[in-house]
Design a protein around this ligand. Structure first.
Ligand code: SAM
Length: 267
């Protein structure tokens, strides 16, 4: 790693800094002004596979871009190596942007990267991004809360280190809440079976949202009972998430089209 860094960037006497920047769910116009400013001042951008091409186009031409979502052999760089890379770049005096899909602190391992930098005594700043749940909800007209039927919303991972998620099912089936499952497609059959077995109605409205907020967004409305068959039949593209709850009844098929029509031209 040290040799690689020596070859690609100059080492300075003073320590640099790392900004953990949320790139949002994909639509370039959902970046914050601060994210754009920080990105345009970056000397090195360390990014992952969820960051859209339109957003990567904002990286200054002279900046070094390091893809840690995929190596040439299509393997993800392990998290400890990403942490070490960020530390080494900052120690070499570089102004680094660690660009992450959505928000860095929502299923983004931003906490682990911040910890590694803090332990090395290096400055780490965070720019929040629009997390996928909020982006997908807005782009489909599905309100995550609604006074009539959802007083809370839960962001849940459908993936665990050992495979099928081991979740607090009785808490998840309580009335009056919306569930948003990130990384939930692989185990969607087990997710829906568990929710039904713990008392959620099989007719509960659900939606799979693929590539939310992007030009090729797709939405597959279904119910808890038909979720697994819908996923098997439609094969939604990655990244996709699941929204489960009464609020899905408010889904508006024209939302994506409307938000595209209202989009401001990108300068
Ligand atoms: C590792 S998590 C990262 C979440 C990210 N930090 C965030 O705040 O949105 C990746 C998961 O987020 C969800 N996701 C991210 N972007 C999405 C999008 N544009 N549309 C649908 N789901 C998305 C998918 O469930 C995907 O598997």
């Amino acid at each position: 790693m040290a040799a690689l860094l020596g070859a690609v960037c100059r080492s300075r006497a003073e320590a640099g800094e790392v900004w953990l920047v949320g790139a949002g769910p994909g639509d370039v116009e959902l970046l914050t002004l601060k994210a754009v400013r920080v990105l345009q001042q970056a000397e090195v951008v360390v990014y992952d596979r969820l960051v859209s091409d339109e957003i990567m186009a904002l990286v200054p031409p002279g900046a070094l871009k390091i893809d840690v979502g995929k190596t040439p052999h299509h393997h993800t760089l392990p998290q400890p190596e990403i942490n070490a890379l960020l530390v080494a770049l900052a120690q070499a005096g570089q102004r680094v942007v660690r660009l992450k899909g959505g928000d860095p602190f929502v299923f983004g391992r931003g906490g682990e990267e911040q910890q590694a930098l803090q332990q090395a005594g290096l400055p780490c700043r965070v720019v929040p991004g629009i997390t996928a749940a909020l982006g997908c909800a807005a782009a489909t007209g599905i309100p995550l809360t609604h006074r009539a039927c959802a007083q809370s919303v839960r962001l849940v991972t459908g993936h665990s280190r050992n495979g099928e998620p081991d979740l607090d099912w009785p808490a998840l089936v309580a009335d009056g809440q919306t569930l948003v499952f990130y990384m939930g497609l692989t185990h969607c059959a087990a997710l829906s079976q568990q929710l039904i077995a713990h008392g959620m109605a099989a007719s509960m409205p659900a939606a799979v949202i693929a590539r939310g907020t992007r030009a090729d967004q797709q939405v597959f409305p279904c119910t808890l009972a038909t979720l697994a068959d819908t996923v098997a039949r439609e094969k939604p593209a990655a990244p996709s998430l699941l929204i489960i709850g009464e609020v899905v009844q408010f889904y508006r098929a024209d939302s994506t089209e409307m938000s595209r029509q209202q989009a401001l031209p990108v300068a």
